[in-house]
Design a protein around this ligand. Sequence first.
Ligand code: BJ8
Length: 412
Amino acid sequence: MDLERHDILLGALGQIYGDVYLTQTNRPKGMKYFDFVVSEVHGLRIKELMYHKEKGGKVVGTFCVYVPDEIITAAGGISVGLCGGAQFSIPDAETILPANLCPLIKSAVGFKLGKVCPYFEAADFLAGETTCDGKKKAWEILDNYIPTYIMEVPQKKEAIDRELYLKEVKAFKEKMEKESGVKITPEVLGEKIKLMNARRKALERLYELRKNSPLSISGKDACLISQIAFYDNPERFTSKVNELCDELEERIKNSKGVVESTTPRILVSGCPMAVPNWKLHHIVETSEASIVCEETCTGTRYFDTPVVDEIPTDIDGQLNAIADRYLNIKCSCFTPNDDRIDQIIKFARDYKADGVIYYSLQFCLAYNVEYEKVKRALNKEGIPLLKIETDYSEEDTGQLKTRIEGFLERIS
Ligand code: BJ8
């Protein structure tokens, strides 16, 4: 670990966090826990990971919601989401990767090259996947720096694809068993399915509450919670989200909002936003609008549909149920992906959104190209739409703000 650069990174993170989060007013008290997790981002959780490793447990770094946490935890492992959301690590990545590549991939690879992220350094191995071309080729390079296992994710959802994915889920179970020396039993796997379902349900409850007006929590705060889900202890995280939801229910009862009920409501749809990527949320919420939902993998795609509630009691049944649940995620890497479009329309209605901001990271072909179909469908429904394509730098912030303000003017 490069401690000097790590401290600079931490300082930069603290600065961005302070500017984006601590300038908000009227935040729910329950956000204190999540503020603490971020302020201790390289402290408490890292200590927990190190303690886990000292006892012989494995830490697995992941980058995509298609890698099942249930299997990692059933083998006594801890899963940490390692997607990169910082500009800081990109120059390191560009020494070996093309500049015209998705910033999420470059940021993640740069963290490993620069040895600045303690989560990367704590990981025993990485579990990558074949969702997009940039990622799957980057895993080959990352494998030179840390063992990287690759799970094949199909590109379609026909019976043959489901069969392939199920085989991959089974192979991943074997991989975890081999790495950890722990045989996964149906009892423990069943418990872990319940645990991850409880985490999904807590997030779903939070998102349900965001449908109310006036809004009881800002989009920035909800986005932060979704991001923290990827690396916090799942039991503690779930209980803290539920505690926060109790408080939000009280706020809703008393019509206490973070903004006026007339504030324009925006649905964000597209690429995931990894910590500390709060760029779009900050611009929107400092432009007199609120984000009410994220149709992203750091949003609804993370918790949408649990593994069946009636959890099978045998391993085969459980692995089948896991494969079904995960294959139901609606990522643009799949073709066709019309379910996602239907869902965006449904969310726009359910969350009473005044407009949709389609968010694509630069050079993300899947989300960029899928935009055309989304645009046609939303136009047909009369739902206002704005497309943003950006990276993690601050260079286009002013231009984005102007475009977003223009969009808000148009829809209000
Ligand atoms: S399930 S969205 S987490 S792949 S890395 S596809 S932004 S070019 S992250 Fe993703 Fe899994 Fe799908 Fe979700 Fe585009 Fe960048 Fe590729 Fe990306």
